[in-house]
Ligand binder design. Structure first.
Ligand code: PEP
Ligand code: MN
Length: 326
């Protein structure tokens, strides 16, 4: 149940009273108080009825991330980026951190192309346990150094709740990958710290499952969540790794106030198709793009087939920004 109150201060007072009454799962935003799980205002006897404007009971289960709870677009501020709303965010970098020199060179190219966020994995979720698993903390150190040298934000994937403190020591934005979208203990762990979290859609996740995963993060207190569509599994994987679900972008933007970005690299899986798929996502309203890049794609340690060269990235970002402006 979401209770719309006369103003923000009435909402805050109600929240404080609910906490004093040891009620669980009560949250406030703007002039609203959300009581997850409750359906009847009579269950909140301490509420000042005079200050209640309306009660919404038919909101989505993922209450806090819904527009019923927070009507305006969430805008997330990081040291070097403003994500969400009318802003258009560009993220690029290698799939995996390979060396200090390489991440710095990729960061330079990304920054020159307009990106403000430097991505790169040091903890890699690989299908085979025998594939390269990432450089671990050494990768984080080189990634952080490159981001600092260039004045960019660092974003890196986290796979386990135990790593929150270690990864959080370095990164500006946590990335949760498609394979961990429903790793609920990981979602709760990043929800208990205050850096933004970029949550990728599970490759077979429905819209409601995606939003509920985001709600797990919000339920622990962190509402700085960025959603990313990265392609879903479909019936034909012969020519493309996944299928970019372009249609989910406006659907999500109607349902949630969180920023919605797209990753055409993992959707396509082959570099020659990344550009048109990325542009389609921007035309559908994506508030930013993430690209995997490499100066020598054939020699990339991970995901070389889908890596764009710096020149291809520059071209795509320029076209994407022009489409976003329309
Ligand atoms: C990645 O961004 O490198 C990655 C592993 O992405 P996803 O989780 O979407 O497969
Ligand atoms: Mn990758």
């Amino acid at each position: 149940m979401i209770v719309i109150m006369a103003d923000e201060s009435a909402a805050q007072k109600t929240l404080a009273k609910a906490k004093a009454n040891h009620m669980e799962h009560v949250y406030a935003s703007e002039n609203r108080v959300g009581f997850a799980g409750l359906k009847d205002i009579d269950e909140v006897p301490f509420i000042n009825e005079q200050q209640v404007v309306d009660v919404i009971t038919n909101h989505p289960a993922a209450m806090q991330v819904s527009r019923a709870f927070h009507s305006t677009d969430t805008v997330i501020q990081t040291p070097h980026s403003t994500i969400g709303g009318q802003n258009f965010s560009l993220i690029a970098g290698p799939d995996a951190i390979e060396s200090a020199e390489h991440v710095l060179a990729m960061g330079q190219a990304a920054k020159a192309a307009g990106a403000t966020i430097l991505r790169g994995g040091s903890y890699k979720p690989r299908t085979s346990p025998y594939s390269f698993q990432g450089l671990g903390e050494q990768g984080l150190i080189w990634h952080r150094a490159a981001a600092d040298a260039l004045g960019m934000d660092m974003m890196t994937e986290i796979m386990s709740p135990e790593d929150v403190d270690l990864v959080g020591k370095y990164t500006d934005i946590f990335q949760i990958g498609t394979r961990n979208m429903q790793n609920f203990s990981l979602l709760k762990a990043v929800g208990r710290q205050n850096k933004p979290v970029l949550l990728k859609r599970g490759m077979s996740a429905t819209v409601d499952e995606f939003l509920s995963a985001a709600e797990y993060i919000a339920s622990e207190g962190n509402r700085q969540i960025i959603l990313m569509e990265r392609g879903i599994r479909s019936f034909d994987q012969k020519y493309l790794r996944n299928t970019m679900d372009v249609s989910v972008i406006p659907v999500l933007q109607k349902l949630t106030h969180l920023p919605v970005l797209a990753d055409p690299s993992h959707a396509a899986g082959v570099s020659e198709h990344v550009t048109p798929i990325g542009l389609a996502a921007v035309a559908a309203g994506a508030q930013g793009l993430m690209l995997e890049i490499h100066n020598q794609p054939a020699k990339a340690w991970v995901d070389g087939k889908q890596a764009l060269t710096p020149d291809q990235m520059t071209n795509l970002f320029a076209k994407a920004s022009a489409i976003h402006e329309l």
